[in-house]
Design a protein around this ligand. Structure first.
Ligand code: PMP
Length: 331
């Protein structure tokens, strides 16, 4: 084992967990990159570190400064922990429809949490616009802007992509991921494509997001709805723009929930909704590939953050998503 320097040094180099039962059932290797093992508990540790490192290097963030961000939670959690490590105050604007666990963690970690009514992006009071305004009004503040600050995708280009390539190399057939900002898919995808043009880069989109229609038909036409947190977007961000995406799949909440419960029961892995949705996408896409193919996806965060929702029977019943599958027939 290696030693790592501090919180920031412990980010990345996460294991690629090959799922034995899922792979055997499909006749294709499915691996999930265990991003829930990052020290802040999610894939967003990478983006947060990339954004803060970049801001420090540009002189946009100085000792004693403030980081402001609008976030569904994981980016805020990561920024707050990096802020603690490096001595920055952190102000987080979070929409009020996110899981209560994320608000509690942010407050426990010491963020100045501003809960913002969840309204459409086109509304000036959307959490994204509120964060931008707070940053503009606060002396010495950095607006992290994870959606359009491409230090986000560059962090994945510099770390996630190389890690996957070094683990699988030319055996890798496809990389599948959902998008919140697009940083993971675009940064990782660009690196892998540069190594091997044959690697398929595939978007896996929840209902209610517009990226699926964009990849398939070139138009932003969201349809349906989803309770998935941290993923799904109705606009093209700077981080998603120019991502080398070959194909897209749409996954509904029913399949996401069935996968989450199947994975816990059969593979012993306890993950959040976006990780489960990614695995549904990876498995479905793998089935379209020749036997023996290898598909890698992202296990974005762990199940703890969703104990009152995805992992709560009453909430599932209210949302008509009580899992009922006894096998992988939902795929
Ligand atoms: N899953 C979860 C739980 C997230 O919080 C996020 C980020 N919002 C993602 C997936 C998507 O990652 P990215 O922003 O890199 O597209």
């Amino acid at each position: 084992m290696t030693s790592r320097a501090g919180f920031s040094g412990a980010i990345g180099d996460t294991p690629h967990i090959v799922l034995p039962k899922l792979s055997a059932a499909l006749g294709r290797t499915i691996a999930g990159k265990a991003e829930f093992l990052n020290p802040g508990g999610s894939v967003k540790d990478r983006a947060a570190k990339g954004i803060v490192d970049d801001a420090e290097a540009r002189g946009a963030l100085a000792p004693g400064g403030t980081i402001v961000e609008g976030t569904a939670g994981n980016t805020g959690i990561a920024l707050t922990l990096i802020g603690n490590e490096r001595g920055y105050r952190v102000v987080i604007c979070i929409p009020d429809d996110q899981s209560p666990e994320k608000f509690e963690l942010l407050r426990t970690f010491g963020a100045d949490v501003r809960v913002i009514e969840a309204v459409a992006f086109t509304n000036d009071n959307n959490y994204y616009h509120v964060a931008r305004r707070i940053a503009a009004e606060t002396p010495g503040a950095l607006w992290a802007d994870q959606f359009n600050n491409t230090a986000n995708r560059r962090a994945h280009y510099a770390t996630t992509g190389p890690e996957i390539w070094s683990a699988f190399g030319s055996r890798l057939t496809a990389f599948v991921a959902a998008c919140g900002t697009g940083g993971t898919l675009a940064g990782t995808g660009s690196f892998l494509k540069e190594r091997n043009r044959e690697v398929r880069i595939v978007l896996c989109d929840p209902l209610g997001s517009a990226l699926y229609s964009f990849v398939k038909r070139g138009v932003l036409e969201p349809d349906g709805d989803s309770n998935a947190e941290g993923i799904g977007i109705k606009r093209i961000t700077e981080n998603f723009k120019d991502a080398p995406v070959d194909d897209a799949l749409q996954v509904d909440d029913r399949a996401m929930v069935e996968m989450a419960y199947w994975l816990l029961r059969e593979e012993g892995l306890f993950v959040g909704g976006s990780a489960a949705l990614n695995l549904v996408g990876a498995a479905r896409y793998a089935r379209t590939l020749p036997e023996g193919s290898t598909v890698v996806t992202i296990l974005c965060d762990g199940g703890e953050r969703y104990r009152s929702r995805l992992w709560n029977a009453a909430w599932l019943a209210e949302n008509d998503c009580t899992p009922r599958a006894t096998d992988l027939s939902f795929l």
